[in-house]
Ligand binder design. Structure first.
Ligand code: ARG
Length: 289
């Protein structure tokens, strides 16, 4: 009995001791390991090379030539890309353009999947509630595309016709206002080129979209036999780059870079590359004819 008690005591005591040792080790291990792991890394990276720069993910619906589209190599190119790239260079930031469907683009920004959006986005009061915009980088206005033999002469003439738009664009908004929220004559497409293809196929009687894109399409697809119709009823629009609401740091960098490229002639060079130097107001002018 006595020996049993002694043995039990010893066993219990040794277990307690072991537990204490483990507890002590457990307590000491993290503080001992933490400086050991970070100590050598810190001075090395701080002294030798700067920390890897953040690469900003840019959301772009690249079906919007000449502003943003994909070339044969799958690269995203266009005026918006050139302008933002020049801005980023001035601002000393790195970008990665990511093709992002228009329908999910604002959500991608809000969710933090994209750091900014560059997609010919018209600055509107409604959108300003949920995101912040840079200063404008391009002027635009809605323009109507119809078949060359169409009788449409003004926006109002679309009232009794089937009209194609890109879902959720300012063109969609304008047409929805004219035809009514519940109109079944509005045909919504996920991209503007798809709406224009449908016009070519005869599925819709007209398309309303941003002037620059409509003019580009009409010019490059002569076989489609389209003409454009402008109307003063369309309010002037301006494109801006969008950042997540409250991201003042990035917004400031972009605005500063934009001011820089406008001041040193870089912006004008990019504009001329797409719209010609002489016709600095080409899209607006074409639209007001
Ligand atoms: N400017 C128009 C808007 O903001 C259309 C923009 C569409 N852009 C695009 N890449 N699909 O609603």
């Amino acid at each position: 009995m006595t020996s049993m008690t002694t043995r039990r005591f010893l066993k219990t005591a040794s277990m307690m001791f072991a537990g204490l040792v483990l507890a002590a080790c457990g307590k000491q291990e993290p503080p001992a390991a933490a400086p050991a792991a970070s100590a050598p890394a810190e001075p090395a990276s701080a002294a030798a090379a700067p920390a890897p720069a953040k690469v900003y993910a840019v959301g772009t619906d690249a079906a919007y030539a000449p502003f943003e589209s994909q070339n044969e190599k799958g690269e995203i190119v266009g005026l918006t890309v050139d302008v933002l790239s020049a801005v980023a260079q001035k601002a000393g930031i790195e970008l990665k353009f990511v093709n992002t469907p228009w329908e999910g683009i604002f959500n991608a920004l809000a969710q933090g999947d994209r750091d900014l959006l560059a997609s010919s986005i018209t600055i509107t009061d409604e959108r300003k509630q949920t995101m912040d915009f840079t200063n404008p980088y391009f002027d635009a206005v809605q323009l109507i595309a119809v078949k060359a033999n169409s009788k449409v002469a003004k926006f109002d003439d679309l009232k009794k016709l089937k009209v194609g738009v890109q879902t959720g664009t300012t063109g969609d908004e304008a047409v929805t206002k004219l035809l009514g929220k519940n109109s079944t004559s509005i045909k919504r497409f996920e991209s503007t080129p798809l709406a224009l293809k449908e016009l070519e196929a005869g599925g819709v009687d007209a398309v309303v979209a941003d002037n620059g894109v409509v003019i580009n399409y009409v010019t490059n697809n002569p076989d489609a036999k389209f003409k454009t119709v402008s109307d003063k009823a369309f309010v002037p629009e301006q494109y801006g780059f969008a950042v997540k609401k409250g991201n003042a740091e990035l917004l400031e960098k972009l605005n500063k870079g934009l001011a820089d490229i406008k001041a040193d002639g870089t912006y004008d060079k990019i504009y001329a590359k797409y719209f010609g130097a002489a016709a600095a107001a080409a899209p607006a002018e074409a639209a007001s004819k």
